[in-house]
Design a protein. Structure first.
Length: 202
């Protein structure tokens, strides 16, 4: 019998021997100290026994069980997030059939996930563009290794207009990730009226 059930049994006993609600509460507080049921709860259970209640167990409640953090539920939440990492806690909770608090606890405590916004970059490069950059960098590295003075002969300058863009909001771009997964990226899409001249020498 847990602590709450034990106190309910004591309330029932006090009612049976003729104690009133106030006397019952004082005895419960004396017996259980800081862990005693509140005055309101004690009076409520005393009233139930006075009205003919026999059981000290909670009434059956339809709907979700009191605890939903099972292995099956955790697996289901993980699968939902992996299929769409932009789902909100409320959406996942509704699809799985658990409370929002339980869903948030599973995501943060059990799965070690947190919601982050996408990292803003000017442009997302294609695979070909990234490979080309790697080739150029490796070529320069090899030349410098063969001729240390080579780097001193390179002076390159360029200038360009840099435009500002109106990206999607942080909330729109945020998604769930684990500690080991990379931060998501997004690029600016809608050009704004903000621009600046960028001059680079290297």
């Amino acid at each position: 019998m847990d602590n709450i059930s034990e106190q309910r049994a004591c309330i029932k006993f006090c009612f049976k021997i003729g104690k009133n609600a106030t006397e019952t509460f004082e005895l419960i507080k004396l017996a259980f100290g800081d862990f005693a049921l509140s005055r309101c709860v004690t009076f409520d259970w005393f009233k139930r026994f006075k009205e003919g209640r026999i059981s000290i167990e909670d009434d059956h409640r339809p709907g979700r069980p009191s605890t939903s953090k099972t292995n099956d539920t955790i697996t289901l939440v993980r699968d939902k997030i992996r299929s769409d990492r932009r789902l909100t806690v409320r959406e996942v909770a509704n699809e799985v059939g658990i409370s929002i608090g339980t869903c948030h606890s599973i995501l943060s405590d059990e799965l070690g996930m947190k919601r982050v916004s996408a990292k803003l970059v000017p442009k997302l490069l294609t695979e070909e563009q990234m490979e080309h950059r790697i080739e150029v960098c490796l070529d320069l590295k090899n030349r410098v290794s063969n001729d240390p003075s080579f780097i001193k002969s390179i002076i390159t300058g360029d200038e360009t207009w840099v435009y500002g863009y109106d990206p999607e909001t942080k909330v729109q771009s945020s998604q769930w990730k684990t500690a080991s997964s990379p931060r998501p990226k997004k690029f600016r899409q809608v050009r704004s009226n903000i621009k600046a001249m960028l001059i680079v020498f290297f």
